[in-house]
Design a protein around this ligand. Structure first.
Ligand SMILES: Cc1cc2nc3c(=O)[nH]c(=O)nc-3n(C[C@H](O)[C@H](O)[C@H](O)COP(=O)(O)O)c2cc1C
Length: 311
């Protein structure tokens, strides 16, 4: 099974819907993190992510970034009322603003508090009828922190333990810590989903062979780079489809956002991942970077797609 990783600002409900219209291969989509808090209300942007109409035809899992059990359970109830029977707990976010609030991977540094929190949310979620999956890193400063963390995870009926085998300090850089992925895979009593640095068909083959019983592979940057990976393979074959995919994203973001600058910021973030996979001349990277007009951007994108594979 393949999951599309949550990526804040990237895998928005708009992206997920357009992806699902043009491409195949993804069984589960995760929302970027929503932040339940003491206000017990979600922002409009967060509500859109779990809006039923916007997620129609897809299996979407709401993800929550939270270290307060009452707030987390409030969010589970909101999700349950919309028909979501599974939610995901974010214990992976490495951003300093999140970590200093003891959330995301910052929460991993407080295992006793994490244990109390998990105890409350699993008890509460059972009453609501909600299953909880967890997306985690190995720890904050040292991967050895994961020994204790996994002992705690093993006490709870985690639907799926999604492991990104890096510590907070690694952010998304450097080699993944494969030995710790093996550790999680061997010792987790709950199903393990693997996440991190899976970019190509070859990577998928290697990971699937090494971890045959993993319940799923979760791809983030790899699938943003190659949305066609499971439909066409590593190389773009169907240019018309890729063009239509990009046009629809451009149309929807243009309708919903105001000002070329913000629309292009959104779209250029996707090209940061997509462009290297397309093997085109460097001049396209410069042209994309330079453009400040959506109309000009559309022309450049068409040219890039036209010349894909030529460099
Ligand atoms: C721009 C960006 C935004 C992200 N936002 C989230 C998020 O909202 N929730 C989350 O659990 N992980 C988030 N992640 C982490 C990804 O889900 C994923 O774990 C990470 O990119 C590693 O997987 P990959 O190598 O397949 O990309 C984000 C990563 C990036 C690069």
């Amino acid at each position: 099974m393949i999951y599309l990783a949550p990526m804040e600002g990237v895998t928005t409900h708009i992206y997920r819907k357009v992806f699902n219209k043009y491409y195949t291969g993804v069984e589960k989509f995760f929302t970027p993190f929503l932040s339940p808090n003491q206000t017990k209300s979600f922002q409009m942007k967060e509500l859109e992510e779990i809006d039923n109409e916007k997620n129609r035809g897809m299996l979407t899992i709401p993800q929550f970034l939270c270290s307060n059990a009452e707030h987390f359970l409030w969010a589970c109830k909101v999700a349950a009322d919309k028909g979501y029977s599974e939610v995901n707990l974010n214990l992976g976010c490495p951003s300093n603003t999140v970590v200093t609030k003891k959330k995301g991977s910052g929460f991993l540094y407080y295992p006793d508090e994490l244990d109390v929190f998990l105890d409350s949310i699993f008890e509460g979620a059972e009453k609501i009828g909600t299953e909880i999956s967890v997306k985690t890193r190995l720890g904050k400063h040292d991967p050895k922190e994961f020994v204790r963390i996994l002992e705690i995870f093993n006490k709870y009926p985690i639907k799926e333990l999604i492991v990104h085998p890096r510590i907070q300090k690694d952010f998304y850089k450097g080699e993944i810590r494969k030995e710790w992925l093996e550790y999680a895979y061997e010792r987790s009593v709950n199903p393990v989903c693997l996440n991190g640095d899976i970019f190509t068909s070859e990577d998928i083959g290697v990971v699937s062979a090494a971890f045959p019983d993993a319940c799923a592979l979760m791809l983030g940057r790899g699938l943003i780079a190659r949305p066609y990976l499971f439909s066409e393979g590593d190389d773009l074959i169907d240019k018309a489809r890729f063009r239509a995919f990009n046009e629809e994203l451009t149309d929807i973001y243009s309708e919903r956002m105001s000002g070329d600058f913000s629309i292009l910021c959104k779209l250029k973030e996707l090209w940061f991942y997509m462009l290297p996979a397309l093997k085109v001349s460097e001049r396209f990277e410069k042209a994309l970077k330079k453009t400040t007009k959506v109309s000009e951007y559309r022309i450049i994108v068409n040219e890039i797609i036209e010349h894909a594979g030529e460099a």
